[in-house]
Design a protein around this ligand. Structure first.
Ligand SMILES: *Cc1c(COP(=O)(O)O)cnc(C)c1O
Length: 413
């Protein structure tokens, strides 16, 4: 690519077939928002849906809405929509809980599928909650299992017939590297291991083909690229061939075969219904549906194409305009193996992120020294990328980030 200027970016927006989809979202005109990989912006339909649930379904319908408004089947209804986005059958995905709890259930189910094997291979650099949950589960089981921590590129050397579960993310939350799920699944299956995959940074922003890839279990969240809203529920995939062989560990009444018989003893419901535990967050779930629908409205391959174009433009502009400022990319240069965020290592990443925030650019900081920008294809324009790099260049050239107030740590980074 040659030097790019703002006119090129305006032209890219003009040619973008997804550009009008921006209208479907409520966006703050005063910020350049590059944190949709952490919390997607709200679809306008989310507000209408929230008001409808509060005023009509809750207000007028009251408890009758469990049946009349379909609240009781929301986990399955949303699961079916997420299944369509992730290459699964409609009854292979269910929406409930948060990701951490969904991981707990998925790992417990996976452990039962391979009772003879006591080693679990995990990506040492996975998002911490994934590994914390595994550590807690293994401790509860009296340390009956050994956790093998490895870098994902070393997985092939570690996958052997001692490994019961292979657990990793589709897209690395720091580097954005896309892991080869079908290949890792093939290696795991050849060795007789079960695959548990985390889709938090891929669902809603790229093609996922769980059934074709033969993945066994997967989890993901809906508040990142699925625009589901803060704290919106997670989802769980279990391949149909395993439905009769798994038992989830948090056996509450919502997962009972006949919850309203109020029997003394637990009996699991059929299929994925057994993975439910208790009363779900109906408001969150109703709003999340608006987010999932906003993604389903456009072909996921078009969303992926735009995502690649946005991250490619950003990396190009960063080297063109900020090449002098000691940013080192940790994200793949090749867009085919890059997710929808880009991270740069910089010694002063924390101060830079805080300074940008004060100047209207919302990105985020990840330990150690990572400056991370996320690109939600339906809400980000190419010209926004231009403007964000202009701001980064200004802040670096002026040294504005050096002000002492930017080095005080906040709780949420
Ligand atoms: C965002 C994210 C989570 C979030 O877990 P919660 O329980 O929803 O807070 C978990 N794992 C990965 C890989 C993530 O990116």
């Amino acid at each position: 690519m040659n030097n790019i200027d703002i006119k090129d970016c305006i032209e890219m927006d003009r040619r973008d077939i997804l550009s009008s989809r921006r209208e479907d979202f409520h966006l703050n005109p005063d910020v350049l928002y590059f944190n949709g990989n952490s919390l997607g912006a709200p679809p306008r339909a989310a507000r209408q849906r929230a008001l409808q649930v509060i005023d009509e379904e809750w207000g007028t319908g009251l408890s009758r809405s469990w049946n009349a408004a379909g609240w009781i089947r929301l986990p399955q209804r949303l699961g079916k929509k997420i299944a369509a986005l992730t290459g699964a059958q409609s009854d292979e995905v269910i929406c409930a809980d948060n990701t951490s709890i969904a991981i707990y259930k998925a790992l417990a189910m996976a452990l039962q599928l391979n009772p003879g094997r006591s080693r679990v291979l995990v990506d040492a650099k996975n998002f911490p909650t994934d590994n914390y949950i595994l550590q807690g589960l293994v401790a509860l089981l009296g340390n009956s299992h050994e956790i093998v921590y490895a870098e994902i590129q070393d997985f092939p050397a570690h996958i052997d017939d001692s490994i019961g579960i292979v657990f990793f993310s589709h897209v690395d939350y720091k580097t954005a590297r896309i892991n080869d799920v079908p290949e890792l699944t093939r290696l795991a299956h050849d060795a007789g291991a079960i695959v548990v995959c985390d889709l938090c940074h891929s669902a809603g922003v790229m093609e996922v083909a769980l059934d074709n890839w033969q993945v066994d279990l997967a989890v993901g969240c809906t508040y990142k690229y699925l625009h589901g809203g803060p704290g919106s529920p997670a989802f769980t995939f279990v391949a149909k061939r395993l439905h009769d062989r798994v038992r989830q560990p948090i056996t509450g009444w919502w997962g009972h075969a006949e919850p309203f018989l109020f029997e003394m003893k637990y009996r699991p419901a059929a299929g994925l219904d057994q993975t439910l535990t208790g009363t779900q967050h109906i408001l969150s779930m109703a709003v999340a549906e608006a987010g999932i629908d906003s993604i389903l409205k456009s072909d996921i391959s078009l969303i992926r194409e735009k995502s690649k174009a946005l991250t490619t433009l950003y990396m190009h502009l960063m080297s063109q305009r900020c090449g002098d400022f000691a940013f080192t990319t940790v994200s793949p240069a090749e867009s085919g193996i890059r997710g929808s965020h880009v991270s740069y290592e910089h010694e002063n990443a924390y101060e830079i992120v805080k300074c940008l925030l004060e100047n209207g650019l919302v990105a985020d900081y990840r330990e150690p020294h990572l400056f991370r920008m996320g690109f939600s294809p339906l809400t980000t324009r190419f010209v926004d990328v231009w403007n964000s790099v202009s701001l980064i260049e200004d802040v670096m050239r002026s040294g504005a980030w050096m002000d002492l107030r930017f080095s005080a740590k906040s709780f949420v980074t």
